[in-house]
Design a protein around this ligand. Structure first.
Ligand code: PEP
Length: 250
């Protein structure tokens, strides 16, 4: 299984020109990565522009409606993102939960819709207000059960899960990245929950300086990267490190 490194640009950058430069700078280097796939999740308004260049870099949406069309002001249909060569969708990100009131049951609907439309969902686990560092397994188990409740076991391998503790996200107050050991323990736990052939990433302040700490664990299948993904050199070093580790292990 290839490693997967996903860029979550959030609501950045504000200019399409700058976005295009960052995107192309990664796209040009991806022929050097044989065992690692890169996904860029830009603001949805940029998807049409990037869909022309997305041969080596895959595209992802940052959110999705569970509805296909209709009177749902401000929402983005899975059919719309699919029309612009978008293969992935981040679902249940902590910022959606904390700032926009997303609940487990909304994430469950979105997950069902993403799979129905043959998108690859990237489902974040570990984001909830006041999440306690020493009780993350309990939170992850609760969220996993709730968001996958409509999904058949045989379809779990179609989902990419991310262990992304809310307290490790770089922009959160008093944030600190998880240790590699903690990330690995929780990633292993999610593999246990999701079963064989599952894909589980780690997210939370991954950058070129600390990526080795996570990439060295074979069970960590890649990373979800926020702030560092807007700096193409930093993002590329993260891809290179996962690539190096997977080649090293054969
Ligand atoms: C994120 O919010 O998905 C994320 C990984 O952010 P950062 O890398 O900036 O912590």
């Amino acid at each position: 299984m290839k490693k997967l490194v996903v860029a979550n640009w959030k609501m950045n950058p504000v200019s399409l020109d700058l976005g295009r430069k960052i995107f192309m700078s990664i796209e040009h280097r991806m022929h050097l990565a044989k065992n690692t796939e890169a996904v860029i999740c830009p603001p949805s308004l940029f998807l049409p522009a990037f869909s022309h260049y997305s041969a080596k870099v895959k595209l992802g949406a940052q959110n999705l409606s569970w509805e296909e069309q209709g009177a749902f002001t401000g929402e983005i249909s899975p059919l719309m993102v699919k029309a612009f060569k978008t293969d992935y969708a981040i679902l249940g990100h902590s910022e959606r939960r904390l700032f926009f009131g997303e609940t487990d049951s909304m994430v469950a609907f979105k997950l069902y819709a993403a799979l129905k439309h043959k998108l690859i969902p990237i489902v974040c686990l570990g984001g909830e207000k006041n999440a306690k560092k020493d009780d993350m397994k309990k939170l992850v188990a609760k969220q996993f059960k709730a968001v996958t409740r409509q999904i058949e076991k045989k379809d779990l391998h179609r989902i990419v899960f991310v262990y992304e503790p809310v307290w490790a996200i770089s922009t959160m107050k008093n944030s600190e990245p998880a240790t590699g050991e903690h990330a690995n323990e929780l990633v292993e736990y999610i593999h246990e929950l999701a079963g064989v052939n599952s894909h589980v990433l780690y997210g939370g302040t991954v950058n070129k300086n600390n990526v080795q700490q996570f990439a060295k664990y074979p069970m960590i299948d890649g990373a979800l990267v926020g702030a560092a993904s807007l700096d193409p050199d930093n993002f590329w070093q993260i891809i290179k490190e996962f690539e190096r580790e997977s080649i090293h292990r054969g």
